[in-house]
Design a protein around this ligand. Structure first.
Ligand SMILES: [Zn+2]
Length: 261
């Protein structure tokens, strides 16, 4: 069957002398893999459109299993995503997370929308680390994890002071704090931020400036959830961890004080 799909290239690997096997997250058909014949040759019509992170429109012959990419048309090269080592590291992390969690040939239009919004925000100069954090929180349900963040996970209360509990997979109100001796206390701003990261679409957030310690704190929580509940561990994480420990490699994007609403 011949299909015209809008997609974002997640990854490619060489196949033989001149071909590439390309994994694309499409808006219509989810994650698909296709052979791009001749795409390794710079003069190939498929060379530019099969670069990682490219947003394009693809004509693909596909039945079950691997398809063949017949034509591709560039919608956006997403060039800004590959111009800076730190930006590229976060983009690679987002792509690896999505690739790990999304099954082949299952339509996931909300995940396509999430990646598209994340890439556009990063291209426009938004803090890639904050955007990656939004993606991590929003990918939890794709991994089958549904934290309870709109109310107390134990008693259902919506008012009060809240803490995060790994045991209850969500917020606990102050009335239920004794239910989990290992809970993590949160101030109201962190409660709002976690809810926003989980529920508000990236395109509606605007440019968000978060302090280094806020990002580190929120990252620890979401990564602990991923590790404890899904067991996934990402290759691109170790490079990011190294980058985050080496301040001289980092662009200073953190504000002196935090913007809150
Ligand atoms: Zn409660």
């Amino acid at each position: 069957m011949l299909n015209r799909w809008e997609g974002i290239v997640l990854k490619t690997r060489p196949y033989g002398e001149t071909n590439k096997i390309v994994t694309i997250l499409t808006r219509e058909a989810g994650k698909v893999t296709g052979m791009a014949r001749g795409a390794k040759k710079p003069a190939s019509r498929l060379a530019a459109v099969t670069q990682p992170f490219t947003h394009g429109s693809f004509l693909m012959q596909k039945g079950r299993g691997m398809g063949t990419i017949q034509q591709g048309e560039l919608l956006s090269s997403m060039r800004q995503l590959t111009q800076d080592i730190e930006v590229t590291a976060y983009v690679s992390y987002i792509v690896e997370l999505v690739d790990k969690l999304v099954e082949e040939d299952q339509p996931v239009p909300h995940v396509f929308g999430l990646v598209e919004q994340a890439f556009h925000a990063i291209s426009e100069g938004y803090d890639p680390e904050a955007i990656a954090l939004f993606v991590e929180w929003k990918m939890l349900p794709v991994a089958g994890v549904h934290p309870i963040l709109h109310q107390c996970a134990n008693c259902g209360a919506t008012e009060g002071e809240f803490a995060f509990s790994f045991k209850f997979n969500g917020f606990l109100c102050h009335r239920c704090f004794e239910q989990d001796p290992y809970l993590i206390r949160l101030n109201p701003q962190l409660v709002r931020l976690i809810r926003m990261m989980y529920t508000v679409p990236i395109e509606r957030v605007g440019n968000i400036n978060l302090k280094r310690e806020t990002k580190n704190f929120l990252k620890k929580i979401v990564r602990t959830i991923f590790e404890e509940q899904t067991g996934i561990r990402l290759k691109s994480r170790s490079f990011l961890d190294q980058l985050e420990r080496t301040p001289e490699l980092r662009t200073n994007r953190e504000p002196e004080s935090e913007l809150s609403d």
